[in-house]
Design a binder for this molecule. Sequence first.
Ligand code: XMP
Length: 518
Amino acid sequence: MPQIIAVLDFGSQYTQVIARRIRECNVYSRIYHYATPAATLKADGVCGLILSGGPSSVYSPKAPLPDKAVFDLDVPVLGICFGIQLMGHLLGGEVAHGARREYGLGRIEIFGESPLFSGLPSSFKVWNSHGDKLLKLPAGYRTVARTENSEFAAIEDDSRRFYGLQFHPEVFHTEHGVEIIKNYLYGICGCTGDWSMAGYIESSVAAIREKVGKSHVILGLSGGVDSSVAAALIHRAIGDQLTCVFVDNGLCRKNEVAAVEKLFKDNFHMDLRTAHAADTFLTALAGVTEPEKKRKIIGKTFIDVFDSEVQKIGPVDFLAQGTLYPDVIESVPIENNPASLIKSHHNVGGLPAKMKLKLLEPLRELFKDEVRRLGHELGLPDSVIWRQPFPGPGLAVRCIGEIKKEYLDILREADAILLEEMKAATDENGVSWYRKVWQSFCVFLPLRSVGVMGDERTYDYVIALRIVESVDAMTADWARVPHELLAKVSSRIINEVKGVNRVCFDISSKPPATIEWE
Ligand code: XMP
């Protein structure tokens, strides 16, 4: 069992950032609901506790409050922003309500000795974002740093090992933020910093073997990062007790089916079954133009095809999925909590319920960047690890209106050209444009316009290029790719793809547009 730092989530938009910063210091961290009983934290063996920030005021009737017994766990506690106010409020200090809001960069002056600031300069810039602030310290505390606006920018009670910061050390804008976190982890909580991907593989493999025993596991492989890494990890643990099913729905990109088969069958020697179901999907989609209806048909057909493929395998007990940590963190339903409004609306449900299988989710503790590192350790190629996201309904949401094989074939050819050029073009640092952007793909528009090619008039279809930058797909902006790259892509598509005589570049941001066109 690794050393665990618990982050109690009071609804801050930075909670996940805190958890990640800790992991970047090679210490395992886990986010807990703010009201998690102290007994649970104790049973999990946490060796340190962080109280996150949050949008509430401690005076709000709906203020999220922790189990007070977390202060009796005899582990170091670090309160950040709202966390420091909680300390003040719950441990006998005083918090000023609605004082002048401090937001943005400030400068702290450290005037007291503190293990939290060990080895750091006595003054540096910090990032603040809070309304309430501490007015009077709880008994046993002393103050070690101040800012222009706050007498109590950093406080501590050495005997109980309780620490509070009014600013956000986890945020990039705070100078020496990572060092403060490291001081807390290594110097105060006694963490050894030996949590690594290699260690993670070892303990996961053991856990998967124990959970699965002699049972059989199936996994729906999409070729994307998450399902591929999950497959490689489970395969390392249980070999042929894992069967992967890849559904060829006829909506894949050019050469995608062959590439998935080559990698997992030939290189990894996995038991991979491909369900060749393009006809089933295209028949079900015939004549349908409404985007939501198309999605529903694809979702339902997928479940049917997958289910019947699994029937052929024999008795199966577990369904493996590449669920990641951000998918399982329950957002805290707190007033004013922007994080609680952000919901993933794309996760495919329905399979486990229909198939009455137990779930195996070996990545549910990991963030995306950690999954990539894990994939690398497991020997997956960069082409998989750095693959751009691809929607479950595939090219169906990129072929506007009715789906026809003829349209899909045109789209596949155009898209292959765009991807090839995105991978070939690099910026001044040698990074490919494919890696620099969030997604880059073609959209097929079933409308025809007039053109001229050689001496002939043409009347052909339109391809739109969608190339966006984004951090989490919640918002996105069109990528400012070099004009020469766009020119080359356009010229190649029009010259090489029969049926296309016009290429447009989509310059809409999300919101109000979405990344996909349907
Ligand atoms: P939108 O179009 O909503 O897309 O801006 C946001 C991100 O989600 C991807 N996407 C999907 N992913 N199943 C998925 O697994 C889906 O049904 C789906 N629809 C959109 C999209 O590619 C973008 O990255």
